[in-house]
Design a protein around this ligand. Structure first.
Ligand code: URA
Length: 354
């Protein structure tokens, strides 16, 4: 959401109108020398509580930054959505999840005090994006409505990257996605290039944006503990997101933003070629498989994800599980994640013949 608060839209008591930049009253200011009257002091208190209430409203509505002075329609920016990929045929059953008797570790158990929730809370309202001058090619540094040619350019750029380092460099120079304009950093990935298991989330959040690394906030800390429970260290897995820039206010990336970023994550999968690929949450599963089922139906069902043409028909064992952020909100669902993580462990052991 961009904030369009213009001077004059808030009724100011007369004593404050001279201060159009809303500077805090400075007690050393010459204007206060002859002693502020009770009326002026009262007016200042009213303005400051009106501003606080307004800021509270914006923050609770999900706004966390000031993007532009004039509002614009982000829905209009997302109207040219490329067609989603069709679902791959057949969703084979999950491999056996190892010793079923293995006890559910504490990180997969809901806290006792937490009331169970069955529905995930509604996602943050979409934030408005800067107005677009025209549909077509992207100009560096300016937001425009990207057309299909941006998706084609993204595919071409990703395809030509020979290594993960190349790909990171290519992505850092890519200006086709408007999310880059509001994010602080490119959140490319974390983990070794030869990892046996790769996790893909949706998009970085505030903490990830600040540190330039995926899954380092509260969700990431839960993910680390879940990995640990199946004997995996954070340092041996590869973690990334479908979208490498934080959407403003943590809103859901638009289908178009997802489509533009997708070639880069698909190329990461080809270059890492993990034994097991895990989609963290429905958004990444849907984006990368084209399957439209909800995550509660999708999770735990294994599929063979076809790699790009360069991989000559090779596929990767892939499974979706519940997003750690969802587990934080709905801890009662952790029992399903535990089953999925046991199945991931079993698939890794099977791949290494143990
Ligand atoms: N959620 C995601 O999907 N990705 C992150 O990197 C962090 C939170």
């Amino acid at each position: 959401m961009s904030l369009a608060v213009k001077a004059g839209t808030i009724a100011l008591p007369g004593a404050m109108r001279h201060n159009s930049r809303m500077e805090p009253a400075d007690p050393t200011d010459r204007r206060h020398d002859d002693g502020p009257s009770a009326t002026v002091a009262e007016g200042e208190r009213k303005v400051s509580s009106a501003l606080e209430a307004l800021l509270d409203f914006y923050i609770s509505a999900g706004a966390d930054g000031w993007l532009e002075l004039e509002p614009s329609d982000a829905f209009a920016l997302s109207e040219t959505v490329p067609a989603a990929r069709t679902a791959p045929a057949g969703m084979p059953a999950a491999p056996t999840a190892g010793p079923a008797a293995r006890q559910m570790p504490p990180q997969f158990q809901p806290p006792q005090s937490q009331p169970p929730q069955s529905q995930p809370p509604r996602s943050a309202p979409p934030m408005r994006a800067p107005a677009a001058p025209a549909q077509g090619a992207m100009a560096a540094g300016a937001a425009v409505v990207p057309g299909d040619e941006v998706v084609v350019a993204a595919r071409e750029a990703a395809r030509t990257a020979a290594t993960l380092d190349d790909l990171r460099e290519t992505l850092s120079r890519f200006d086709g996605c408007n999310l880059k304009l509001t994010a602080k950093s490119l959140v490319f990935a974390d983990g070794p290039a030869n990892a046996r298991v790769m996790f893909v989330g949706e998009a970085p959040g505030r903490e990830e944006d600040a540190r330039g690394l995926p899954f380092v906030g509260r969700s990431g800390q839960l993910l680390d503990r879940m990995l640990e429970a199946i004997g995996l260290a954070r340092g041996e897995v590869y973690i990334t997101n479908v979208v490498p820039w934080r959407p403003p206010g943590n809103r859901t990336p638009s289908p178009q933003e997802t489509e533009i970023c997708k070639p880069f994550v698909l190329r990461q999968i080809e270059l890492v070629r993990p034994k097991v690929l895990v989609f963290l949450g429905g958004a990444s599963a849907k984006a990368l498989t084209g399957v439209q089922d909800g995550i509660l139906r999708l999770r735990g069902r294994w599929l063979d994800l076809p790699l790009g043409p360069a991989a000559q028909g090779a596929t990767i064992r892939a499974v979706a599980t519940l997003h750690p952020a969802y587990l934080l909100r709905s801890p009662v669902q952790k029992r399903y994640a535990w089953r999925d993580f046991l199945a991931i462990r079993a698939a890794l052991d099977e791949a290494s013949g143990t």
